[in-house]
Design a protein. Sequence first.
Length: 288
Amino acid sequence: MKNNTSLKSSHLYFPWHVIVAVIAACTFLLCGGLLLGGCSGGGGDSDSSPPLQTSACAQLGLNTRIINGTECSETNSPIVKLIINTSDGLQGICSGTLITPTHVLTAAHCFFSSVGATTVSVAGQTVTAAQITNHPALTIDTENSRINNDAAIVRLSEPLTGVAILPIVGTRQPNPGETISIFGYGKTELDQPGTLRSGEMRINQVLTTHIRAKYDGEGSNTCFGDSGGPAVLSYLDESGQEVDGIVGVVSSGILPSCQTGDETFFTNITSQSVFDFITAVVPSVTVR
């Protein structure tokens, strides 16, 4: 879903959601996100890193549904779409990841507004949210243009069946220069939200609280509707086996256009604060 009135926030961060609210004479884009999955080429680093791709569907074993591979099949997908209804009658889209059959990891800013019914859907299944737990230390850092501890767990009223789950990474830190795969239901460069898409970004900086990835026209980017979607890292574990795990959650960006020059802030799942929150709320989560 995309709000037809695209208003620019007076703040430098843009939580990637589709609900627009006017608060104290300034406009906040409260939550959402998007993958510019069809944007490729241009820019890029001058080092020997492999080129970024506009599709990462195969990383999670998902079939592609269009020729350029940016649109993923939802069959067996752990990436879910959240439809959030607010108490004032608005509706928005966020993305999230199944970390157990009954628990979704997403962004806490998706629930900044007073939330009514929230549904979670994937692969033709739709269930309601039974409980939403935000990180207790969620704060907006206006000085540094980001949201700290932007993580939430949605407990479902019943399990989703026939779909995969993704583990979280807790045994290593992501590193600058590594490639992450991004997934979400946000809008595209054609302003079309609501379809699962994927792409790749390269990490520029790893902070205690966030992972930063710049979009210079190569690979893909996040935008409205992708909030809460995962940053997935593929790496070799101690046994030398290649594994995938969630290292980040889409939190915010700096350009409302989501075009070249934008930068995505991912909540760093490997930070002690966020990792402890997830494992406390969902003790059965798989950790890699």
